[in-house]
Design a protein around this ligand. Structure first.
Ligand code: AMP
Length: 470
């Protein structure tokens, strides 16, 4: 490891860009940035192995922005992402990084949104397009998008796009880009398909891999031995005993996710499943409820949870051990963020001991085993542990979202105003999330019904709305 932090001003970046980075609080480069920016800024193709949260967006955004000509109204860079959430995050980050440059237009093109509005945005001139492969294909077919002026193609979370079956689409899109271009590929893992993808349309790519983080001391890891019968029940025992507010429970399959959610709900927990083939609407709803702390347990597959940005996660449970040690590190890294102490619990059967061994090797740390009996709440002398574990918030869903031009401030205003019902305090209202067609508001559990009633009786943005408790 180098002792000196890698400084952005050692890179060939414009002074205004450097000043903007400083304003954004980017003091030193992250490891993935230090490894990939010199290569990418020099114009080479790149395959970089990087996780969400590693600073990978800047690793591809700075090079594409450096090449961009704002006075030329053509799509000069295209970023392909697996999901709309990631595309939205990437767009937001590119806009922040582009603040130093004149009027750079970034347009997001994802499915589930009317084509017409996207067509209009493209007609107004876009320099950078960020989107999901299917929708980008739609626009190319309709010729509402042309890539003749493109000089940078980025594949973000390429492994996940492959998992989701986007290979054909990616290849088709890449074929429509000029041969003379730079291609930057980012991927959390490096399955075989990536190499195939790279061979098809990258030019002599340089490969970059940042070493796996050493076993993170802010994350406590515990292993419990389980068998087929006790595995799912152990999750309930853990939740009763540890009483976390927000937990992600990782399963290896969708079937396991559903079986666990059924059991947890039966036991009185508020749990929801997140896997790859949920409809966007369902996914939005699940994610909103988990993020605003009205769902205690998100039961997820790895593919579905990537790109998910949830802060304040108390507990990660590996319901199944993953055969890929990198995935394990990625899973447990979701807790203990920002210097907070985190806890990651893994349930392993005899048959999974081989995978546990690989994890130990990869992390260069032995696993610490505990016994399920220790979780008996009565033994721990915690009478509250027998109470149901209810999340602190409840979600109120309002029919109406970005399409109706609703903004979080409008909803907060309606709820905190003294007119038309009790005035709620800012503390009683949690996260407000506006999606295309609806809005999710987290409200303190004991106030939720009253908040719902107030919204139904009153107005938001001068219009009456329909609200319901989820
Ligand atoms: P990403 O992995 O691109 O999603 O980035 C994760 C977060 O880290 C984002 O909020 C970035 O704005 C932030 N970030 C990226 N690079 C740096 C840096 N060099 N210094 C400080 N923050 C950064």
């Amino acid at each position: 490891m180098s002792a000196l932090p890698a400084r952005f001003d050692a890179l060939p970046l414009a002074p205004a860009t450097l000043a903007n980075l400083q304003q954004l609080g980017f003091e030193a480069m992250t490891p993935i940035q230090a490894a990939s920016l010199p290569v990418a800024l020099a114009g080479h193709d790149l395959i970089a192995q990087a996780q969400t949260g590693s600073g990978k967006t800047a690793a591809f955004a700075l090079p594409l922005l450096a090449k961009l000509n704002p006075r030329w109204f053509a799509v000069q860079a295209l970023v392909l992402c697996p999901t709309r959430e990631l595309a939205d995050q990437v767009t937001a980050e590119i806009r922040r990084l582009a603040r130093a440059q004149d009027n750079i237009k970034v347009v997001t093109l994802c499915g589930g949104v009317a084509l017409r509005g996207q067509k209009a945005s493209l007609e107004h001139g876009a320099h950078i397009v960020v989107g999901t492969p299917g929708r980008i294909m739609d626009h190319l077919e309709r010729q509402t998008l042309t890539l003749e002026g493109l000089n940078t193609l980025v594949l973000d979370e390429a492994d996940r796009m492959l998992d989701m079956g986007f290979l054909e689409d990616i290849v088709t899109v890449a074929r429509q880009c000029p041969a003379e271009r730079q291609t930057l590929l980012f991927s959390a893992t490096y399955p075989e398909g990536i190499e195939k993808l790279a061979r098809q349309f990258m030019r002599d790519p340089q490969q970059i891999k940042v070493d796996a983080p050493a076993a993170d001391s802010t994350i406590e890891q515990r292993f419990y031995e389980v068998d087929r019968e006790s595995r799912l029940a152990a999750v309930g025992q853990l939740l009763h005993s540890l009483r976390p507010t927000s937990t992600i429970a990782f399963c290896n399959t969708k079937q396991q996710c559903n079986a666990l959610v059924d059991l947890l709900v039966q036991q009185g927990f508020v749990a929801q499943a997140l896997y790859g083939d949920l409809e966007q609407r369902e996914r939005d709803q699940v994610l909103a409820q988990f993020a605003n702390r009205s769902c205690s347990v998100l039961v997820a597959t790895d593919v579905a949870s990537r790109g998910l940005d949830v802060k304040e996660l108390d507990l990660v449970i590996n319901v199944d051990i993953t055969p890929d040690p990198e995935v394990h590190v990625h899973r447990i890294g979701r807790t203990g963020r920002a210097g907070e102490k985190g806890l990651a619990v893994s349930l392993a059967s005899m048959r999974e001991m081989g995978a546990v061994g690989k994890i130990e090797q990869y992390q260069n740390a032995p696993s610490v085993w505990h016994k399920l009996d220790e979780l008996n709440p009565a033994q721990e002398g915690k009478p509250q542990a027998l109470q149901p574990l209810l999340p602190p918030m409840v979600t109120v869903q309002i029919a109406g979202g970005r399409k109706e031009k609703i903004r979080p401030g409008d909803v907060l205003g309606a709820l905190t105003s003294p007119e038309g019902g009790p005035a709620f305090t800012r503390e009683q209202i949690g996260k407000i999330q506006v999606t295309e067609f609806c809005t999710f508001v987290g409200v303190a559990r004991d106030q939720a019904q009253a908040a719902c009633n107030k919204l139904n009786a009153g107005r938001v943005k001068g219009k009456s709305v329909r609200a319901r408790l989820l």
